[in-house]
Design a protein around this ligand. Sequence first.
Ligand code: UN1
Length: 501
Amino acid sequence: MAATHQHYIDGEWTDGEGSETFVSQNPATGETLGEFRRGTPEDVARAVEAADAAYEEWRELSRIDRAEYLWDVYHELKTNVDEYGEIVTRECGKEISEGRADVVEAAHMVEWAAGDARHPSGDIVPSEIPAKDAYMRRKPRGVVGCITPWNFPIAIPYWHMAVALVEGNTVVFKPAEQTPKCANVIAELFAEAGLPDGVFNMVQGYGDAGNAIVQSDAVETVLFTGSAEVGHEIADSVGGVSGKRAACEMGGKNAVVVTEEADMDIAVHSAVMSSFKTTGQRCVSSERLIVHTDVYDEFKERFVDVASKVAVGDPLQEDTFMGPLIEAEHREKVTEYNDLAREEGVNVLVDRADLDADEIPDGHEDGHWVGPFVYEADPDADLRCTHEEVFGPHVALLEYDGDIERAVDIQNDTPYGLAGAIVSEDYRQINYYRDHAELGLAYGNLPCIGAEVQLPFGGVKRSGNGYPSAREIIEAVTDRTAWTLNNSKDIQMAQGLSADI
Ligand code: UN1
């Protein structure tokens, strides 16, 4: 096997302190893609120390100068979409158009962050005393820890890091253990862009390395995108008034609402995209379809027809719609939820969870295959399968009768609030949904996936606490000082406070 891949700390590729390694595997074939050093808490400590030291000079550069490094990264991403997209597909199993879209989304985020350096905005607030000027001065926070998931292995790290770096922070990056090769692409691009030593650091590894970032006193902000379980742990452990900040974005039990006024072509198309793209492994993927009784039979027939046929297979083929799940353990979880749904008494409509042998392409027998699992259930029943996030192509059809209020009540009957969509031709229904669906990301006549980077991305309720992406991330990686300057020779106070001494 080729040499073991290393961490990137303080401007150097390094083995780190630990002796353990781990491998990355192609989830479609089981093929080993590379061996990687497994980072330890000591490696994280070194990375944090390097980031802390680099911060002193990095923060003094202008935003324009910092952005220059990112423009180099942007051009590399943009000109190598096919090459990096294939790496994404081989390592995380997303079909190839999604592999490329991951890289394009990364390029968009870097472009947005670097472009923003030339387009700064801020708050100038008139003082109540004419002789005073007041405005908000933004400052970087220091070392930012970025803990990222495998399902968007290039895009999400850049969501976290691009704005953080332009704003003057330094970073310690702990990528998902399932996609270390994609993380290496990111580290190589930063190294080639010539970022000063210590400004960007990467420690490969598992949860113990991530935890060391969360626990480090020198890390001012933790950005996390991933499972609800880990996100809540991070938010709890960083909570309180320690000064440390955690911006976490987790999953949801997302839904598409199809009303009696829906255009059926849009409804079926949106539901299929929302439920099955990325094999249901987006945090914004939909696992509930809330459909009005007047159009239920037609929608059901058409959705079931597509779910029965949609192409599952080799993700490198352009005509594949769904690749494999990320790993065997995850396949087990999805299968358990399918079994649970049956035990809970739902009516199963499509069960392609165990693909037929002839559906699995040659050479892909060791892939983590699963096809759509579609069922109908009572929207009022207290079922785990319709309330817990599965993160796979596991979809419930929930039939409702009545008005849009009823549909939105069902939509909101979850502790989560990340993404959702409504399909309707009636603007009153759409507006009601817009204002009452408890969601961070909501769509009309569209799938509930595919957010653009210039919008905030994050959830409400148990789906997150801080929009750790795109333009909103600036709040997590900067502090603002309310600055007031007196331009007169007198001291005058607000609120009529006497300045006499
Ligand atoms: C995720 O769902 O894990 O909105 C991220 C989208 C993508 C990002 C998804 N831009 O589908």
